[in-house]
Design a binder for this molecule. Structure first.
Ligand code: ADP
Ligand code: ASP
Ligand code: MG
Length: 423
């Protein structure tokens, strides 16, 4: 008998029929003698629908008061799906109980819409498990020190599940979704993508941070920190599939480098992409000490994260400075630069250029550490397709480029081919 956490995403919970199938699968695991905690997402589309309603009434605002209400609102999606799953389990003859984040309690900080989990109380869950119930805990939400409901950022149910698994010291956390594992790239963009039976924690962390939305990055961080055995698998297999077969399916996130040295590992294991960024450039900035700080300090003081940065060679004492931010922050950053930064740099609004139609494409692989020429192979492959590279950034195990958004699919497919990732 093991304690196992199951997480079901929005598509897996997308209708009463799908919820019934989830209940049958969960009941199968419980009847096999396991203690099961389930962390569901809201039914697919529900979080967007709810947030859309708020926008109809008032445009998005940065104010704490507004953000608080977004969390109050969006968290109801998971509350509904959790209760529905409990009802479906009871209909299967399986005792079950559902809890909202604050009832457990899942304690977070007060950063509404992007809160971080600080602690989870396991008492209530353990007591119910010991009483023979399946326990359902809402994904995506928690409660702050003042008793306000918080949410963990889009895709946050993955993080709830891994955090619950860590708090309960679960034997495994199974992330059930609409694909049967982690692929070399998003199979919706490259149909020849290949499922990886295992992927290293480091590569998964990099893929998630570079845009592969199959796991929310915070969930991978938690899995690493607390060494939670984590598997991504499909909820679309027949619910009554043999349980041992199911337990070995999908993709396992591994913590040791297995299968020999990194020399033997695939040089590039996956390709990630991200359409959520925008590029901002300031032209003709005086090239003198303190310029980067003057620009980016103001951005960071406004609590806006900067990703890639590039400063050109100076000519006649002037340089061009570019950086990327999340698209949601794009308008705020340009307003901020226009009002506070440009005048002190001695440049005008005409020198400020923005481009929200970009995307970042990245190759990821721990094998890159011990191989040279990987980045140049990437650049050659893109140039053969006539794709212009606007920015580059590298680390030990990844190379990212910013390109025009319209070439995203072409870039992903040609890199997938160039690095022999095809099925
Ligand atoms: P859920 O609702 O179950 O949380 P998500 O939509 O958040 O599901 O994540 C699953 C989706 O992630 C898949 O449908 C797939 O399109 C996308 N995806 C992106 N990159 C990858 C990848 N490398 N491997 C598998 N799926 C990926
Ligand atoms: N329902 C939330 C979202 O759509 C959380 C999740 O699905 O993981 O982002
Ligand atoms: Mg998700």
């Amino acid at each position: 008998m093991s304690l196992i956490v199951h997480k079901y995403g929005g598509t897996s919970m997308g209708s009463t029929e799908r919820i019934r199938l989830v209940a049958k699968r969960v009941a199968k695991w419980a009847r096999a003698g396991h203690q099961i905690v389930v962390v569901p997402s809201a039914m697919s589309g529900e979080t967007n629908r709810l947030l859309g309603l708020a926008k109809e009434l008032a445009p998005a605002k940065e104010s704490v008061a507004y953000q608080r209400e977004l969390d109050m609102l969006a968290s109801t999606g998971e509350q509904a799906s959790s209760a529905l799953l409990a009802v479906a389990l009871q209909a299967e003859g399986m005792p079950s109980v559902s809890y909202a984040g604050w009832q457990v309690a899942i304690k977070t900080n007060s950063a509404f819409t992007k809160a971080r989990i600080e602690s989870i109380d396991d008492k209530r869950i353990k007591a119910d498990l010991d009483a023979g119930k399946v326990v359902i805990v809402t994904g995506f939400q928690g409660v702050d020190p003042d008793g306000n409901i918080t949410t963990l950022g889009r895709g946050g149910s993955d993080t709830s599940a891994v955090a619950v698994a860590a708090a309960l010291n679960a034997a495994e956390c199974l992330i059930y979704t609409d694909v049967d594992g982690v692929y070399t790239t998003d199979p919706r963009v490259e149909p020849n993508a290949r499922r990886m039976p295992r992927v290293s924690f480091e590569e998964m962390l990099e893929m998630a941070s570079l845009g592969s939305k199959v796991l929310q990055i915070r969930s991978v961080e938690f899995a690493g920190k607390y060494k939670v055995p984590l598997r991504v698998l499909s909820s679309f297999t027949p619910w009554d599939i043999n349980i041992d077969e199911e337990a070995k399916s999908g993709t396992l996130i591994t913590f040791e480098e297995e299968g020999g040295s990194a020399m033997e590992a695939a040089v590039v294991s996956g390709i990630a992409f991200n359409r959520d960024e925008a590029k901002i450039s300031i032209l003709g900035v005086p090239d003198k000490p303190g310029i980067a700080y003057q620009i980016l300090g103001a951005v960071s003081d406004a609590n806006i994260e900067v990703d890639m940065i590039i400063q050109n060679l100076s000519k006649d004492g002037k340089t061009d400075f570019s950086f990327t931010v999340h698209r949601n922050d794009y308008a705020r950053v340009t307003d901020l630069l226009k009002s506070k930064v440009l005048p002190s740099l001695g440049v005008t609004a005409a020198d400020l250029m923005g481009d929200a139609k970009i995307c970042k494409v990245s190759i990821v692989g721990i094998g890159m550490r011990s191989h040279v020429g990987v980045a140049s192979k990437m650049f050659r492959s893109l140039s053969e397709e006539g794709i212009n590279i606007q920015m580059i950034s590298t680390s030990e195990i990844k190379t990212s480029v910013v390109i025009d958004e319209k070439y995203m699919e072409l870039a992903v497919r040609s890199l997938h081919k160039a690095f022999d990732l095809e099925a």
